[in-house]
Design a binder for this molecule. Structure first.
Ligand SMILES: Cc1ncc(COP(=O)(O)O)c(C=O)c1O
Length: 442
């Protein structure tokens, strides 16, 4: 077994956050554990503000919608440069509301990637419509516009590109396809808040954008939540009606909507966090750049493919997903788990092969690039507070698995992580609440 990190400083040399008792490097110079997430680190930097915000809401006794929700919507619209931001109870509901606002009906077809979280497709099926799955680009994992084009038929009523892992789908290709076919575009931007395409934020590129405040997202709440964006006044008005049972005025129902309102406590917490989102995003970008630099130091060619940045816009790195060739993904993951390095597989079973969609008639082999990605990809820790020593441990452990020699000396130019918060308070260190892979479902 090689010891790939021995030419680097001890991997724990700069670790600020781990429990002191665990700080000793093991025999390979690695940190004893690296969590997939560490939500406690972010909370530690904002703890007093968040608790004060929650207290303020409790004092008012106004727990659903209300002033904090209105203010959050205005702040989100400003941050994303869109005229309308409308909150709701989850990212899943955002997708459902978007399709309801576009009058998607039973029997309609909606084109979307199969390589995405379940909610993208379930929104379609909950309306009795039919998801038509498209394959992906194998380098970006994003929906392949040419396959979308091929799948447009007489019953197609909408297209849902998913800006997966923090990267905007190829809107240069998708928007003209949609326009020429007269189809609305619903952007699933649940994983991509603040990602851009030629300088414009995702969510403001198509007809409607759908976002999630699930705690592991780049802007995560203290529970479920979501929001929609649109540049269209007609859709904004409809979304506001649909999220409150179609009720306007009180107890007079114009249409049948759903109950999907954001809690005031969530809005208050999110308002504390939103001003930090840009810095957290920059820290994610720095972590991605550091991973690229660290992977380039080892001879892993042909075994690990590292994701690339997006030249046409801002990639916000909700996930850093590598591809592991040669059927070795699961063995690598088992090795990393044994070394207490957190990872996750997004997504092991593509949607077209899920049991609940068997009646739609898709079979293995229908979307080969999607199926290959499901077999080969692995997400590594990328959260903003991740430390260089932790990243060295992650990459060193991967090199250890492949017995890959270190072929390049570590570069001095490895980017410095910005926005590392101070060490958390004592009670948090004791909790060791570093996030587990099974906390993460999307
Ligand atoms: C791509 C994608 N779409 C939709 C959703 C649904 O969001 P939520 O969990 O807030 O319902 C998620 C994950 O949460 C997601 O990752």
């Amino acid at each position: 077994m090689i010891r790939p990190n021995t030419s680097l400083p001890p991997a724990n040399a700069t670790a600020k956050h781990s429990n002191a008792a665990d700080d000793r490097p093991d025999s390979g110079g690695f940190l004893p554990s690296v969590g997939l997430l560490a939500l406690d680190r972010q909370y530690a930097t904002l703890r007093e503000e968040i608790r004060a915000a929650i207290d303020r809401v409790c004092d008012t006794g106004r727990f659903v919608l209300g002033p904090d929700v209105n203010d959050l919507e205005a702040e989100l619209a400003r941050a994303l440069g869109v005229p309308h931001a409308i909150t709701c109870a989850s990212g899943s509901d955002a997708l459902l509301l978007a399709l309801m606002a576009l009058d998607i009906e039973p029997g309609d077809e909606v084109i979307l990637p199969s390589y995405t979280f379940f909610a993208t497709a379930s929104a379609v099926t909950r309306l009795g419509a039919i998801p038509i799955f498209a394959d992906i680009d194998p380098t970006t994992y994003l929906v392949d516009p040419s396959d979308v084009q091929r799948k447009i038929g007489k019953r197609t009523r909408a297209i849902i590109p998913v800006h997966l892992f923090g990267r905007t789908a190829d809107m240069d290709a998708l928007l003209p396809i949609a326009r020429d076919s007269g189809l609305p575009v619903v952007e699933d931007a649940a994983q991509s808040i603040l990602s851009t395409w030629h300088g414009r934020c995702s969510g403001g590129l198509g007809d409607v954008g759908c976002f999630s405040f699930y705690p592991t997202k780049n802007l995560g709440g203290a529970g479920d939540g979501g929001f929609l964006t649109t540049t269209r006044d007609d859709i904004a008005a409809r979304l506001k009606l649909l999220r409150v049972h179609g009720m306007e005025p009180r107890y007079y129902h114009q249409v049948v909507g759903i109950n999907s309102r954001l809690d005031s406590i969530q809005a208050a917490v999110l308002r504390v966090k939103l001003p930090h989102l840009d810095a957290w995003t920059t820290a994610r970008q720095a972590n991605a750049a550091r991973y690229m630099e660290l992977f380039s130091q080892y001879d892993l060619e042909g075994r690990v493919t590292v994701p690339t940045d997006e030249p046409r816009g801002r990639h916000v790195w909700n996930q850093f997903v590598i591809r592991v060739a040669g059927g070795q993904r699961d063995a690598l993951r088992a090795h990393l788990t044994a070394c207490k390095v957190g990872t996750e597989i997004y997504y092991p079973v593509p949607l077209h092969l899920q049991k609940c969609f068997a009646h739609l008639g898709w079979a293995k082999g229908d979307l080969p690039l999607t199926e290959q990605a499901a077999d080969e990809t692995l997400a590594l820790p990328i959260f903003p507070e991740l430390e260089p020593a932790e990243q060295r441990t992650v990459v060193g452990r991967i090199a250890e698995f492949f017995q890959a020699p270190q072929t390049h000396a570590p570069a001095d130019s490895t980017p410095q992580s910005s926005a590392l918060p101070p060490e958390g308070p004592h009670f948090l260190r004791r909790m060791k609440a570093v996030g587990r892979a099974d906390d993460v479902r999307c």
